[in-house]
Design a protein around this ligand. Sequence first.
Ligand code: ADP
Length: 196
Amino acid sequence: MIALMFGPPGSGKGTQASRVAVRLGVPHVAAGDMLRDEVARDTALGREAKPIMDSGGLVPDDLVVRMIEGRLGQPDATSGVLLDGFPRTVPQAVTLDAMLGRRDTNVDDVVSLEVPDDELKARILKRATTEGRSDDTAEGLAQRLVVYRQDTAPVLDHYREAGTRIEAINGVGDIDAITERIIESLKHNGAAVGNS
Ligand code: ADP
């Protein structure tokens, strides 16, 4: 199964995606984690991405697409994947669809985590004190929310218009309960899901 975990910054999509991927038995491919790894390894891509990420902007589509394309070509990702943080723009979505189309597959499901803005801000500022991510500042978050609304929210419309299943999930509450909400919703729609 090819699924996307979708949601604003601070919605918990990374946390939920890693849990849901285990249950689905597919790799969790997180664009933000891969970019932070490039930064940590001080690669050419990492050096280009770091200032953009710190300011809350988006890394250019072609760089991210190349990175994800490489990952999806790995043997463990051929039968299914849970993508987190990609696609983040409509052009990225169009490229992903074409990439999958060449293998006669497509996005089966989009999980959309819904969390009110006040809660997002509270979570990110709390995370800033524990994880020390360099983009988790009040300014960085404000910019990420603007970019989310402007560039990323239209990706959901893109898949809605394509007739892809969209699971709207309430992302507020207990972490385990939210995972179960997602799993139930995917099961309901025919996904093969294992037990925790
Ligand atoms: P969050 O959803 O909390 O903002 P992520 O870890 O998904 O966190 O992303 C962190 C940053 O990495 C983004 O603000 C952006 O700069 C960059 N990034 C991640 N995924 C993409 C993508 N698909 N396209 C462009 N930039 C990306």
